[in-house]
Write a protein that binds this ligand. Structure first.
Ligand code: ATR
Length: 270
């Protein structure tokens, strides 16, 4: 049976085994997908061993995405742009291919929820790994602009300078205008129940606010956006399922049905 893993540290709460097993059953595929906690000094050895025993692929999560990038022998353009890998594939000739499906997961979720990206003005809050991973897939949807803003402005400048796109620019948090259609919170602030330091008028004028974080209730960022009258607020659960679906497609050559898994996961959260 083809073997897959999600690897991270910690990993106990990973929903990936549930998601991939659901995909396997809905597409009539036979495969094994498990989670595995790997010690910090064991990542590379573990991957080599898993490949040796015939593993077909891995999802990689915190804190190993950059090391998965380094171990890959071939990288997709979006993995190169992300500087991080969340999907490894082991080919029959022994090559390790690294991809990053996080940004595509975000785009798929937005499109599934009928949020248009084309010709829209997008604001990304945050300039860490999560922001870096979604820039290329978002640019491919041809927005009129993407602005990156961040608490530490130099990091936003650095991130933007890594891409060759006239659509992409950065702005300080304090000088943002209320001109955005779609605002994506990629910061880890929601995880500690904090809001990025942005003026309400910037948020209030958006049509949609998206938070890459999710939980059993709306994040504080999404509650704030709701209170300000933003038409549509979306959390990152669909992005999680979307990135998994894209990994599944890469490995199994079939795109699974996402909506029913999302309903089940949402029910598990509450
Ligand atoms: P990830 O890989 O999840 O993006 P990261 O690379 O550590 O994680 O980046 C975290 C991002 O969240 C950064 O943009 C960080 O801002 P700084 O660069 O200024 O540190 C942002 N962030 C974290 N906590 C925040 C907070 N309380 N308010 C605003 N931004 C915050």
């Amino acid at each position: 049976m083809d073997k897959y893993l999600v690897i991270g540290n910690p990993i106990e709460h990973s929903k990936s085994p549930f998601i991939h097993q659901s995909f396997a059953s809905s597409t009539n595929q036979t495969l094994a997908y498990e989670k595995k906690k790997v010690e910090l000094d064991q990542f590379e050895t573990f991957i080599q061993n898993f490949q040796r025993i015939g593993g077909k692929g891995c999802n990689i999560t915190v804190p190993f995405k950059e090391r998965a990038f380094a171990i890959a022998q071939e990288l997709t353009p979006r993995a190169k742009a992300a500087g991080a890998v969340n999907t490894l594939s082991f080919t029959d000739d022994g090559t390790i291919i690294g991809d990053n499906t996080d940004g595509q997961g975000l785009v798929e979720d937005l499109l599934r929820q009928r949020i248009t990206i084309r010709d829209k003005r997008v604001l990304i809050i945050g300039a860490g790994g999560a922001a870096r991973g979604c820039i290329l897939p978002l640019l491919e949807q041809l927005p009129s602009s993407i602005t990156v803003t961040n608490r530490t402005f130099e990091k936003a400048q650095q991130l933007v300078s890594e891409f060759d796109s006239s659509q992409l620019s950065c702005s300080e948090l304090s000088s943002l205008t209320n001109e955005f259609d779609l605002i994506i919170n990629s910061t880890s602030a929601s995880l500690s129940n904090k809001l990025p330091d942005i003026e309400s008028r910037v948020i209030a004028s958006a049509t949609c606010c998206y938070d890459m974080a999710y939980g059993n209730e709306p994040t504080c960022f999404l509650r704030w956006a709701d209170e300000l009258g933003v038409q549509k607020t979306i959390d990152g659960l669909g992005m999680l399922v979307g990135q998994a679906a894209e990994s599944f497609r890469i490995w199994r050559n079939v795109y699974p049905e996402v909506a029913s898994v999302l309903v089940e996961l949402r029910a598990q959260l509450t």
